[in-house]
Ligand binder design. Sequence first.
Ligand code: NAG
Length: 312
Amino acid sequence: MDGANHSVVSEFVFLGLTNSWGIQLFLFVFSSMFYAASITGNSIIVFTVASETQLHSPMYFLLANLSLIDLGVSSVTSPKMIYDLFRKRKVISFRGCITQIFFIHVIGGVEVVLLIAMAYDRYVAICKPLHYLTIMRPRMCIFFLVAAWVVGLTHSLVQLAFVVKLPFCGPNELDSFYCDLPQFIRLACTDTYRLELMVTANSGFISVGSFFILIISYVVIILTVHKHSSAGSSKALSTLSAHITVVVLFFGPLIFIYVQPFSSTHLDKFLAIFDALVTPFLNPVIYTLRNQEMKVAMRKVCRQLVSYGKIS
Ligand SMILES: *[C@@H]1O[C@H](CO)[C@@H](O)[C@H](O)[C@H]1NC(C)=O
């Protein structure tokens, strides 16, 4: 396995999603709209939380960080997919392919830890309200943030270490519209069984494991709310339902894609579009729609932006 093997395959060709012109047109319009909307929505959240001092609390800092990551999620694979839609030959260089895999897994790891941190924040706020300020200190938020990036980088680098030296000598067609491990590994001309197992163990275990951690923590919160049902509990439940929706939408496709990387179906591709385009768009919608404080702050920021525009 020396580096010279790479020279045989220096680029990969995406087979894309479909050859039907009608579906391509639909995907082009759909993807461009969702991409533009998620960039706008998440940028507004980051900007609003940064500029409104009454939103300077752990919950909103974590939300803004999630929006920042969502900007990344939608930008790793979607622009290239949209650009490629109508091209006959959709190619990506070997290096471009590795870069996509690297960022997909860093960002995925960060997002998972942020979702856990947000669940923990709600757990403390609802189950230990008197200790909220002492537990969720700024130090704690920074700890979560550092942990998220350490986990994301480690998770990604560990997987890449296994695959970056793989020999590629034959077919270079990826049955997808972006590079990710399951399809990438299958093209290597070596026995890939153990590598596929490693991907299932690493990405699959992380997605299933954190999904269960999150669901269990939400069940604990809901049970606690039930026991001490008070005036505040219905408000708490409505924020919780937003969190649970996001978690299910984010992990559903992931688990499907990584837990059985051996089989690939048409469904995988459409689920991948969902995770790349729809989830990052839905996060700001879900978290802000039912949050009065956030809506008021966003309106204020938008008004300010409009009036700045008029002056200059
Ligand atoms: C992310 O969280 C940290 C720690 O609370 C905070 O200082 C920072 O402003 C947040 N980032 C954004 C974009 O809001």
